[in-house]
Every structure is written in structure tokens, then in C-alpha cells.
Design a binder for this molecule. Structure first.
Ligand SMILES: C[S@@+](CC[C@H](N)C(=O)[O-])C[C@H]1O[C@@H](n2cnc3c(N)ncnc32)[C@H](O)[C@@H]1O
Length: 374
């Protein structure tokens, strides 16, 4: 049996042990408290073992080498928290004044579909599809067919469950795979998009080359990339601390710079037609507002629940609850470590956003040349 097949079988088996067979019917807090205790402990250990505060080359190499298992474990333990706090699209967005949270999230997805020139009937690949929130929205919005690729079995099972629930199973499919080593035939997809997912790659050139391979000649790839901006200085300890908090709390082996990302696209063979940091704008309501706890940004009444859960106060409340539940044995061991890591991420994301050292929405649109060989 090949190593890849063996890894997939092991991860699928582990997902069953951890989350049980009935994936989908429970989400958020209800799903979180019903995990298998020893499997949850193992998943937390696998995720956190590489984050020991070190940022030297050896430590980075370890995290880069173990990207697949490490990210798989990360999403095994955070998916319920994400769904509880954020909904079923796991990304940031810009906000218009007065616009509610979920409308802004959908608009951010529509904008990427527009930039990728997705048309009715196109076959589209969603790289790192989460639980399928964006794929459901984009397939409805454009009338295209989407295959979501993901290496996390728990999220895949949820994505399939939601597709069925919303009667989208004819337009959507979700498949297991590592975006560093895709199984699709070359030149398969009309368009490809990725939303805040390829930052988990150990090499951006690696993942972009795979996308280039499976995209048809003349096709478009559009991505919201997580990168450190030109203001970031890796040798500045305060900057590196912010990047490390984002890496630790978001399960990212290494945050790369915007220049590395753009060069990686070119090296993969793409012609880059758009390179724009959407966070570098004069928006009155910044993209990181849901994490700040600053009530002045709340847009309308319907946002209060989401805002409370994701705000500083709401996160402290969740951590205290989780810690209490863990102490009395109602939540799996290690759960508080996870909420603490998510807290570090939130602190790093807000600091990175405020200082414009980091963006979660570096928009790249890239074309595969019409006369490309592969
Ligand atoms: C922040 S989530 C974004 C999910 C989705 N794009 C969305 O916006 O809702 C990152 C996603 O990338 C997936 N991912 C990370 N590493 C991967 C890999 N090596 N191969 C495939 N998917 C991966 C994760 O499992 C997760 O679904």
C-alpha cells in the first residue's frame, strides 16, 4: 500500500473514532462535547506538538515537514469552534457600513467568483473547501459545478451533509486529497479558486503548481491569500511574534510574504493579472472587527450574537466555559489548550491587521496561458 493511501485510511479511521458516524446532524457546541475523549486528546497533542514557542529554522522545518497531519489535526479540533463562532464559511471579509456579517461574507465570495470569471456550467475546483460554505454560495450564485478538495475528513463529511440538506448535491461534490499532491487529471477544471486555505501549504509554489496542472489552458485561478505584507520584517521580534501567533493559532506551518506568493504564482507558470490587497483600503469597518470586541463596529442587531461569540469578551467566556466543562469531564481533555491557541490567533490577527503587517485577503487573479502544454 502506498504511503498516501495508508495516510488517508488512517486519517479516515481516526475521524470515525473522534467524531463518530453521525457527522452533520450536530454542529458547534453540541458536536464539540460529544467527541471521543482519548481521540480528542491525541488530536490536540498532534496539532500542538510543533508549537513550542520556537521560531528557528529547525522548528520551522519540523512544522513544514508535518504540514499534512498537523493541519488535519488542527481542523479536527477547531471545526466545531469555527462553526459555533463564525458560521460555515471559514474566512474573513470586508464590510460596508451598515452591512450585516453574513451578507458581507457572501459578497466576499461573490466577488472572488466574479474575479475568477466563473460562469454557469463551468467545472470549478475549490481548493481547501472547509465545510463547503463558499462552494454552496458560489454554486448558487453562478450556476457552476464545484468540486471541493480538502484533506480533513470531518469537514468533508459535513460539507456533503450540508450539500444534501440544501439540495445541492447535483452541483457539488467534495473529495479527500492533499492540495500538494492532487489526484485530478491535468487540464480538468475551467476555473479554480481558493479562500484562505493555501496558506497551510509548506510551499506556495508547490500548491500553485498543482493548481496550474489541473486548470485548463486559458483558465483562471483566483485566490484570497493569507500573507505578511511588505511592511513585515522577519528580523523584527515584535513582527515575528505576530506571525507566530497567527501560525500557532491557525495551524499554519509558516506564514509567507506577499512577494513570495506572487513569485510562486509566476514560477508555477501563471500570468498574474490582479494583485491587490483588499485589506489595504479606507474601509470604515475593518475586516478584523469581529475579533476586536469594539462594539462601535457592530452593524446591526442581527450581528450581536456573532459579534459577542467572536469578540474578546465572548472568547473569554467561551474559554472559561470550556475550561469548566473540561474540569468536570464534560468536555474532552485538551479543549482549553485549543481555545487558548485560538485566542492567541485572534490577538495576532488583530495586531497584524491594525499594523498592516498581515492580510487575509491578498487577491491574486492568475491565468494559465492558452497555449500552455500542461
Ligand atoms: C481556513 S479554512 C478555509 C475553508 C474554506 N475555504 C472557507 O473559506 O470556508 C482552510 C481549509 O484548507 C484545508 N486544507 C489545509 N491544508 C490542506 C491540504 N494540504 N490539502 C487540502 N486541504 C487543506 C483545511 O482542511 C480547511 O478546510
Amino acid at each position: 500500500m502506498s504511503e498516501v493511501v495508508e495516510l488517508r485510511q488512517r486519517q479516515a479511521q481516526f475521524t470515525k473514532e473522534l467524531h463518530g458516524d453521525d457527522i452533520g446532524s450536530k454542529s458547534g457546541f453540541a458536536a464539540f462535547v460529544s467527541k471521543n475523549r482519548s481521540a480528542q486528546k491525541e488530536a490536540v497533542e498532534k496539532y500542538l506538538k510543533h508549537w513550542d514557542g520556537r521560531t528557528d529554522k529547525d522548528a520551522e522545518e519540523r512544522r513544514l515537514d508535518d504540514y499534512n497531519e498537523s493541519t488535519h489535526s488542527y481542523y479536527n479540533v477547531v471545526t466545531d469552534f469555527y462553526e459555533y463562532g463564525w458560521g460555515s464559511s471559514f474566512h474573513f471579509s470586508r464590510f460596508y457600513k451598515g452591512e450585516n456579517f453574513f451578507a458581507a461574507m457572501a459578497r466576499h465570495e461573490h466577488y472572488l467568483a466574479y474575479q475568477a470569471d466563473i460562469q454557469k456550467g463551468d467545472l470549478v475546483l475549490d481548493v481547501g473547501c472547509g465545510v463547503g460554505g463558499p462552494a454552496r454560495e458560489i454554486s448558487r450564485f453562478t450556476g457552476c459545478n464545484i468540486i471541493g478538495l480538502n484533506n480533513n475528513d470531518y469537514q468533508l463529511a459535513k460539507a456533503k451533509w450540508y450539500a444534501k440538506k440544501y439540495h445541492l448535491q447535483d452541483q457539488l461534490d467534495f473529495v479527500k486529497g492533499d492540495f500538494m499532491n492532487m489526484d485530478f487529471e491535468p487540464n480538468t477544471f475551467d476555473k479554480v479558486y481558493a479562500i484562505e486555505a493555501t496558506c497551510h501549504a509548506p510551499s506556495l509554489e508547490g500548491v500553485y503548481s498543482q493548481i496550474y496542472k489541473v486548470l485548463k489552458p486559458g483558465g483562471t485561478f483566483a485566490v484570497y491569500e493569507w500573507v505578511m505584507t511588505k511592511n513585515y520584517d522577519e528580523s523584527n521580534p515584535a513582527h515575528r511574534k505576530i506571525a507566530y501567533e497567527i501560525e500557532l493559532g491557525d495551524g499554519i506551518p509558516k506564514m509567507f510574504s506577499v512577494d513570495v506568493a506572487q513569485e510562486a504564482l509566476k514560477s508555477a507558470g501563471f500570468e498574474v493579472t490582479v494583485a491587490q490587497d483588499l485589506a489595504d483600503s479606507d474601509d470604515e469597518v475593518p475586516w478584523y472587527y469581529p475579533l476586536t470586541g469594539e462594539w462601535k463596529y457592530v452593524q446591526n442587531l442581527s450581528d450581536i450574537g456573532t459579534f459577542f461569540r467572536t469578540s474578546y469578551l465572548g472568547r473569554k467566556f467561551t474559554t472559561a466555559m470550556v475550561s469548566l466543562l473540561e474540569k468536570v469531564g464534560a468536555a474532552p481533555e485538551g479543549s482549553t489548550k485549543v481555545t487558548n491557541a485560538l485566542e492567541e490567533a485572534a490577538v495576532g490577527l488583530v495586531a497584524g491587521g491594525k499594523e498592516k503587517l498581515f492580510t487575509p485577503m491578498m487577491l491574486f487573479v492568475a491565468k494559465k496561458p492558452v497555449d500552455a502544454k500542461e
